[in-house]
Design a protein around this ligand. Structure first.
Ligand code: SIN
Ligand code: CO
Length: 380
């Protein structure tokens, strides 16, 4: 990604400038971010996805007048017959993670890779009939809202009062104070930083794509990393036993000896002492596939004339200074192997010539990944 090259999808701004001026800071409306955009899935293809067990979907039906308590909320999957009639106004179907199911959608999301993969989450598609929307709310994460089909009226505001209506099945702002309003046409896009209040209402039938991000909280990251570090703690902290040759006879047998606390503190410090352990746990956590992701394994054999090698659209591959991470696993890598593997992680493809330059050990690894369905070879 050339970060200093103006991008149409950022309204002619360079990624560098967008990140400086807008990312996590202020909204941006981009007219014709995708000129002449046509939806990557039509309505019935989206409904078919929403009927699948492994696809997360939600349905929101507003009762007349957008009145308080006038919302019905259901979790998918939805059989086509469970969805309201198309002529009924005011309902929305939200389908999460469509990038995992369609190469075209994954390709669209990849256009946002001027932001680190560690922050990109998924692409959600919403379908709405006239007047449909999810109500005034805020999201905790950044989002690009691309209008894919039909028109949607957005109202947005940077209010500080983020209190929510009580007793609702979804998060709806108690006191929405919009400051700006605009109608997005197909190909237009709105970027919103976290916690920016917004409400999008369909003007006729409409589809909107949300390119969403994730950012872990401190608590979540601590829990995730500690769990991974815990799995290795038997090795890293060692098998030395607690000893107490100076233990005196006790009058309070239920009291935990102070020496045991020191021993525990020292054991934990040792478990965290490996300089690479945090980085390894972080990379494994960030590349861990979501719970509903499955790969189709293949019988691996090295092609005689390997064509380009491609990461499966569901594969998450990242790297740091010492490791290559793929789908929750970590590998130490250095030298030429590391350079080529990093190239694969960045470009998500590798030509056959680059494969030939890998050491036998790294080639073997790629075959294992092919076996697991994480990568595929194109024929040449
Ligand atoms: C929608 O697409 O209906 C809502 C997306 C959002 O407001 O975050
Ligand atoms: Co939102």
């Amino acid at each position: 990604m050339h970060v200093n090259q103006p991008l149409q999808l950022l309204g002619g701004m360079t990624p560098q400038l967008f990140m400086k001026r807008h990312w996590q800071k202020k909204p941006l409306v981009i007219r014709q971010a995708f000129p002449g955009f046509t939806p990557l899935l039509n309505r019935s293809e989206l409904f078919t996805l929403a009927a699948q067990q492994e696809v997360q979907s939600r349905l929101l039906i507003q009762n007349a007048g957008r009145a308080k308590q006038g919302w019905q909320f259901k979790q998918g999957p939805f059989d086509r017959r469970e969805l309201p009639a198309l002529k009924r106004p005011g309902w929305s179907l939200l389908v999460q993670g469509v990038d995992l199911h369609r190469d075209s959608v994954h390709g669209l999301m990849n256009q946002f890779r001027f932001i680190p993969d560690g922050r990109l989450d998924d692409l959600m598609i919403s379908y709405a009939t006239d007047g449909g929307g999810v109500g005034p709310h805020f999201d905790s994460y950044d989002v690009f809202l691309l209008q894919a089909h039909g028109r949607r009226r957005w109202r947005i505001g940077r209010q500080k009062d983020l209190s929510l209506q009580e007793g609702m099945p979804l998060k709806i702002l108690a006191n929405f104070e919009p400051e700006e309003e605009f109608v997005l046409e197909p190909g237009d896009m709105l970027y919103l930083p976290p916690k920016y209040a917004h409400d999008g209402i369909a003007l006729g039938e409409c589809m909107t794509y949300s390119i969403g991000f994730r950012s872990p909280s401190r608590g979540e990251i601590a829990q995730e990393l500690l769990q991974r570090i815990a799995d290795q703690a038997q090795d890293t902290a060692g098998s030395t036993l607690y000893k107490d040759p100076r233990q005196e006879a006790v009058e309070n047998p239920a009291e935990i000896p102070a020496g045991m606390l020191f021993f525990a503190q020292d054991a934990l410090a040792r478990a965290l002492n490996d300089p690479l352990i945090m980085a390894r746990a972080l990379g494994e956590y960030l590349t861990e596939p979501k719970a509903d992701v499955w790969f189709e394994s293949m019988v691996a054999s090295a092609p005689e004339h390997p064509g380009p090698l491609q990461l499966d659209r569901k594969t998450k591959m990242m790297f740091d200074a010492s490791h290559i991470f793929i789908n929750g696993e970590s590998f130490l890598a250095s030298g030429k192997d590391a350079k080529i593997m990093r190239q694969l992680a960045n470009d998500r493809v590798l030509d056959g010539g680059a494969f030939d330059k890998l050491t036998a050990q790294a080639q073997e690894l790629l075959l294992d990944w092919q076996d697991a369905g994480w990568i595929q070879w194109g024929a040449e």
